[in-house]
Design a protein around this ligand. Structure first.
Ligand code: ADP
Ligand code: MG
Length: 172
C-alpha cells in the first residue's frame, strides 16, 4: 500500500462543559496515540467567552500535528474522539464537552459535504486565531487578528507553546 508523505496540520480544541482542561489534555494524549499521527506542539490554554452562544466560558488551544492520515480520515478520528468525550449537538453552537476542528491541512483546500478546509469559520474566531498565531504567526495575517479584537480571550496557561512531555507531566 502506498504511504503518504506526512502533512503538517492544525487542530483546534475547545471545551466548556465538565472539566475542560482535563478533557483537552486527554484529547491531546488520544490524538498522539493515533496511528499515523504525531503531535508536534500545543499552544497555551486560552479562556474565551462563547461566540454567538450562551453558556460557560471555553478553554481553547491549537495543536500542530504531523500526519500520514488523509484529511477525511483525520476528521473521522476527531469526530470519534468528540463522541467518546460525550459530545452532544442539541442545537448549533451548543455548549460542548469537546470540540475538535480541523483548521488547516498543509496547503490543502477541501470543499466536500462533510469537510471544509481551511475551517470556514476559523478566520472569524479569536479563540482559533490567537492560539494559532502563537504557534504560527506567519499563518495569521495581522488584519485577521485585528478583525476579532473585540472578542474576549485570555491566557489561562501554560505560558507558551508546549511539548507533549509537559502536557503529560501536568496531567499526572
Ligand atoms: P463548530 O465546530 O463549527 O461549532 P460542529 O463541531 O458542530 O461545528 O461541526 C459540525 C460539522 O462540521 C461536523 O460534523 C463536520 O462534519 C463538519 N465540518 C466541516 N468541516 C470541518 C472541519 N474543517 N473541522 C471540523 N468539522 C468540520
Ligand atoms: Mg467542531
Amino acid at each position: 500500500m502506498a504511504v503518504r508523505d506526512p502533512v503538517q496540520a492544525y487542530v483546534g480544541l475547545g471545551a466548556n462543559l465538565g472539566d475542560p482542561v482535563a478533557t483537552l489534555r486527554r484529547a491531546l494524549t488520544d490524538l498522539q496515540a493515533l496511528p499515523g499521527l504525531g503531535l508536534l506542539r500545543v499552544s497555551a490554554w486560552y479562556g474565551s467567552a462563547p461566540v454567538d452562544a450562551t453558556g460557560p466560558d471555553y478553554v481553547n488551544a491549537v495543536a500542530e500535528i504531523s500526519t500520514t492520515l488523509s484529511a477525511p480520515a483525520l476528521l473521522a478520528a476527531l469526530l470519534h474522539q468528540e463522541q467518546r468525550a460525550g459530545r452532544e449537538r442539541p442545537y448549533p453552537n451548543a455548549p460542548r464537552t469537546l470540540d475538535l476542528d480541523l483548521l488547516l491541512f498543509g496547503a490543502g483546500r477541501i470543499c466536500s459535504a462533510a469537510l471544509t478546509v481551511p475551517h470556514p469559520r476559523m478566520w472569524a474566531r479569536a479563540f482559533v486565531l490567537v492560539p494559532l498565531a502563537q504557534l504560527r504567526p506567519d499563518l495569521v495575517p495581522d488584519a485577521c487578528l485585528a478583525a476579532v479584537r473585540s472578542q474576549v480571550i485570555w491566557r489561562v496557561g501554560p505560558p507558551g507553546p508546549t511539548s507533549m512531555d509537559v502536557i503529560n507531566t501536568q496531567a499526572g
